[in-house]
Design a protein around this ligand. Structure first.
Ligand code: COS
Length: 385
């Protein structure tokens, strides 16, 4: 089944599937147990060009789009939903530069990202500004040739392993969201440090830490585009990155499903393979149908974004909502299909359930996705009159 992919996309899918099986799967359990960041795999992903698939050729990428990013993320996530984030979270940090940066800024930062030499992170969330993202308290005050940043960003994926962070801060609190701006903060800038490393339920191969700014001096030239565009840039970024979360969720769902099918065919009870029971087949049928529905919505969304359409928020939110809910259902049922063994850490399946949970929460909880979908539905209805 080709899912109507182009020849290039099919090749990319095959490559990502091979790397997932040969390199990622053997490391998944160990990285989950130790929380070790898989630096050797970053090099592997960089060598095959995964970091540049959605970046323009003139910046060293291969000129694809969200669809190519989705393909890679899905395949890697089938083997490990945590390790795949090393690619997907860097895209989240890169999108604000692609969307809001000047040509000079893109020239400065995108080639390193495309080559996999510069991992990135995205600093929007704060302790008091999660779903309510516009309630951010981090400030950036212009002082000569520098902006002085103060505040804390938390739950930042790739923090501590990335070299470059796109950070949203308030440059004019009196203007609310229209007084927020996006900056590139580079590791080593004075006043910039990392906070505590989170001990997570799942996606344990990925690093999650705080970004701390204490009178952090950021050169004026690191302001992305114009002041006042920070929140809009962040929302436009999320429109493009949420399909990446959806792809991670879909890959986790597919990976868990594949293991479950394999298990029920081998597991003997009552003198036969449990796959022979209609109750089990109906469970598999429902899960497979859910996975294919989620994939169809996600691929449609990715293609819509890559077509240059501007009305992408609704589909982006829908694909994240659907794929993550499917991932939770499939992984929970997959554990059920494994029975008591599924509950044990000796078996790979419980990790899928733990990894799946975050996809319903981060880059906007699924409650927020429903808000985005609802708001856009009403906007469309109003436009129709
Ligand atoms: N693209 C462009 N502009 C957008 C936009 C988008 N996707 N979404 C919002 N905006 C702009 C619009 O200009 C909007 O004004 P209009 O109402 O005239 O369209 C303005 O921003 C304010 O939008 P809104 O009123 O919807 O802002 P809210 O403060 O109510 O917040 C939500 C909106 C809740 C959707 C937003 O805060 C959000 O996405 N929260 C979750 C954040 C998140 O995902 N965090 C996870 C961490 S990041 S890894």
């Amino acid at each position: 089944m080709s899912d109507f992919l182009t020849d290039y996309q099919l090749e990319l899918q095959q490559l990502a599937r091979r790397i997932a099986e040969e390199k990622v799967r053997p490391r998944a359990a160990e990285c989950d147990r130790t929380g070790e960041f898989p630096w050797d795999l970053i090099k592997t992903f960089a060598d095959v060009g995964f970091y540049g698939v959605y970046i323009d050729e003139k910046y060293g990428g291969s000129g694809g789009g969200v669809m190519e990013l989705v393909i890679i993320t899905e395949e890697l996530s089938r083997a490990c939903g945590g390790i795949s984030l090393a690619v997907a979270a860097t895209a989240l940090g890169a999108f604000p530069i692609m969307l809001g940066g000047t040509d000079e800024q893109k020239d400065r930062w995108l080639p390193g990202i495309a080559a996999g030499k510069t991992l990135t992170g995205f600093g929007l969330t704060e302790p008091g500004a999660g779903s309510d993202a516009s309630n951010m308290k981090t400030t950036a005050v212009l002082d000569g040739d520098y902006y002085i940043l103060n505040g804390v960003k938390h739950f930042i994926t790739n923090a501590g392993v990335a070299k470059l962070y796109t950070v949203i801060a308030s440059t004019d609190p009196s203007k609310g969201i229209m007084g927020t701006s996006a900056f590139v903060v580079e590791e080593g800038m004075p006043g910039f440090s990392y906070g505590k490393e989170e001990d997570k339920m799942g996606i344990r191969a990925s690093m999650t830490r705080e970004l701390i700014f204490q009178d952090c001096k950021v050169p004026k030239g690191n302001l992305l585009g114009k002041p006042g565009r920070g929140f809009i840039n962040a929302m436009q970024t999320l429109d493009r990155s949420r399909p990446g979360v959806a792809a991670q969720a879909l890959g986790i769902a597919q990976g868990a499903f594949d293991l479950a099918v394999d298990y029920v065919r081998k597991r003997q009870q009552f003198g036969q393979s449990i796959a022979e029971f209609q109750g089990i087949q109906w469970m598999l049928a429902d899960l497979a149908t859910e996975i294919e529905s989620a994939r169809a919505l996600l691929y449609k969304t990715a293609r819509l974004i890559d077509s240059g359409a501007t009305n992408i928020s609704k589909f982006s939110a829908m694909s994240k909502l659907k794929c993550s809910d499917v991932a939770m259902r499939v992984t929970t049922d997959a554990v059920q299909l494994f029975g008591g063994y599924g509950y044990m850490r000796d078996y790979p399946i419980e990790k899928y359930m733990r990894d799946a949970k975050i996809t319903q929460i981060y880059e906007g909880t699924n409650q927020i996705q429903r808000m985005v979908i609802g708001k856009n539905l009403l906007k469309e209805a109003q436009q129709k009159g």
